[in-house]
Design a protein around this ligand. Structure first.
Ligand code: NAD
Length: 308
């Protein structure tokens, strides 16, 4: 019997909210935390954003967790499952992490933000609580290098795929410090309770799936620009025509989030030595321009495609 009964997810964005939804589907009472943004950058003000627009967590708070049942694809299999998710904010609810069996971090893909967060979590952490990161590819070991050996023994990577309710794969990334009993418990929970197929990955940039998958997406994007193709044409070929009904190239980028995709691609470029591989993970300027304009993909309503 898996021992995880209470979980917390930190970061209520694209992945955090959907992971909380999938945990709730599996009968796990889940606390979903995010930050409350305090101010807007000059760029965000110029783009006419409000604080409420900026916070995905606020979006959930405004419209209710039940919206996770209305989204497509829906993270929740039934609207009543939403009762198992409690929303909170990191500033007030951090001490409650001590009550949890498992805490999974799904905040923005940035090493120093994650390091700061784990330093804060360690202050309230009780031995026995498993802590993991849903990072797409940042070094697991580096995230907690300033934490105690005891904390590090409870820490590992748990990389879910988008959308987490439907994607079967879970990459588990233990470090040299992760206790074998924690790895075994996480694997049993992922397989028996969450219905995942577990693959163990090494703590290398972007692990296994994103080292291959992001490469494919980045190369497609570079070639598309060179050859003057449009997203519709590329998706027509890389979707149904290739036996992938839902995961055509540019629709996948919109689903992932263009800002997140840049972070994930940059992570490989900055952490490999091979110049050819660095080049392959280079992001065309057009993508950065889109993100600067607030075109983040499905989560902002506009990416390569406009969400209706
Ligand atoms: P997102 O941009 O949708 O959401 C990030 C959330 O983090 C936001 O709600 C934001 O308010 C919150 N946040 C930012 N700084 C914070 C802080 N200091 N403390 C707490 N919360 C903070 O991002 P996402 O796509 O959900 O990605 C989250 C993580 O999951 C990243 O590490 C990403 O690489 C990984 N991931 C993403 C995907 C994907 O398809 N988007 C897939 C697998 C893994």
């Amino acid at each position: 019997m898996a021992k995880i009964k209470r979980a917390a997810v930190i970061g209520a964005g694209v992945m955090g909210a959907a992971i909380a939804g999938h945990l709730a589907n599996a009968g796990i009472r889940t606390l979903l935390l995010d930050i409350v943004p305090r101010e807007l950058s000059e760029k965000e003000k110029a783009a006419g954003l409000s604080l409420a627009d900026k916070s995905v967590r606020n979006r959930l708070a405004r419209t209710g967790v039940e919206r996770l049942y209305k989204e497509k694809p829906a993270p929740l299999f039934h609207r009543r499952v939403a009762e198992r998710i409690e929303l909170g904010n990191l500033e007030d609810d951090l001490p409650r992490l001590a009550e949890m069996d498992w805490v999974v971090e799904a905040v923005v893909e940035n090493l120093s933000i994650k390091q700061d967060l784990f330093a804060r979590i360690e202050k309230v952490w009780q031995s026995g609580t498993i802590i993991s990161s849903n990072t797409s590819g940042i070094s697991i070991q580096n995230m907690v290098k300033a934490c105690s050996p005891e904390f590090r023994s409870h820490f590992l990577g748990t990389h879910f795929f988008n959308p987490p309710r439907y994607m079967k794969l879970l990459e588990i990334i233990p470090t040299k410090d992760t206790d074998a009993s924690i790895v075994a418990e996480m694997k049993a929970f992922a397989e028996d309770v969450l219905g995942k197929g577990v693959v163990f990955a090494k703590d290398t940039p972007n692990f296994i799936a994103n080292r291959i998958g992001v490469y494919g997406l980045a190369i497609t994007f570079q070639k598309m620009l060179e050859e003057g193709l449009g997203p519709d044409e590329v998706d027509a070929v890389t979707g149904r025509a290739m036996g992938r009904p839902k995961s055509a190239t540019f629709r996948t980028l919109d689903l992932v989030g263009l800002d997140t995709f840049i972070h994930v691609s940059d992570n490989v470029r900055e952490n490999v030595d091979d110049p050819a591989e660095k080049q392959a993970f280079s992001i065309p300027e057009l993508l950065r321009t889109m993100v600067d304009k607030g075109w983040l993909g499905a989560k902002s309503g506009q990416g390569f495609f406009k969400k209706v």
